[in-house]
Ligand binder design. Structure first.
Ligand SMILES: [Zn+2]
Ligand SMILES: [Zn+2]
Length: 227
């Protein structure tokens, strides 16, 4: 009976998560999908911030980060920010599929393994799930790239980055990560939901490179743009 009910449910149109319109099987209707804030095509090849000229921004040229490049479909603006907040804090776990599918569409294939950005144990217990891991599962399935869910751990409970001024963020995450997997010679993609200053990604990339990873890419659903 449960089986029949699930078949019946799978045939019903799904309401769009943003406007509620019935939109087939995709969770997001065409018009709402077109409204999502796509990241500008002209952007830094490393950090993905918008650029008016050149291929790499001044900041990345001056101080190259430990990650080689960032892939992101969206900028962190309305209505995508609302979608991510509902996913993370509102228990809308099903949104991982929308977010992960959009990320997989811009992900390059020159990667050997996918690693989710780890959450510290306390934060994980509080939230009940790692938002980066659930997105990474969708991306790994879509790209057929192996996922290493437990490769890295966050061993220091850091205050939320959002609460800190930009300059304090690098200090905040220093020595926060430990990687147990043997990633020597591997090209790693770190999956996360939002990239803001890049300080957290940079610190994890530093640890991965130190452990022997040959390259680290950041695959994030949304990039925060400076005001
Ligand atoms: Zn809609
Ligand atoms: Zn840059």
């Amino acid at each position: 009976m449960g089986f029949l009910r699930s078949i019946a449910r799978s045939l019903l149109p799904i309401p769009c998560v943003l406007c509620g319109a019935e939109c087939g099987q995709t969770q997001l209707c065409g018009p709402c999908d077109a409204e999502l804030p796509r990241l500008a095509a002209r952007r830094c090849a490393v950090c993905a911030l918008p650029l008016s000229s050149g291929a790499v921004c001044g900041a990345c040229l001056d101080r190259p980060p430990f990650y080689t490049r960032v892939a992101a479909p969206f900028s962190y603006r309305y209505p995508l920010d609302a979608l991510i907040q509902a996913y993370k804090y509102g228990g809308r776990l099903a949104y991982a599929r929308i977010l992960g599918t959009a990320l997989a569409a811009v992900a390059t294939r020159d990667v050997d393994v996918i690693v989710p950005m780890p959450l510290a144990a306390g934060r994980l217990a509080e939230r009940g799930f790692n938002q980066a891991l659930e997105i990474a599962r969708v991306v790994a399935t879509a790209t057929a790239i192996p996922l290493l869910p437990l490769a890295c751990r966050k061993v220091v409970e850091t205050p939320p980055q959002a609460a800190l001024p930009w300059k304090a963020r690098a200090r905040n995450v220093r020595r926060a990560f430990v990687c147990d997997a043997d990633l020597r010679g591997k090209r790693v993609a770190v999956v996360d939901d939002v990239l803001t200053t890049g300080a957290t990604l940079n610190e994890l990339a530093r640890v991965l490179r130190k452990g022997g990873a040959s390259a680290v890419a950041g695959w994030v659903v949304a990039r925060t743009l400076p005001r």
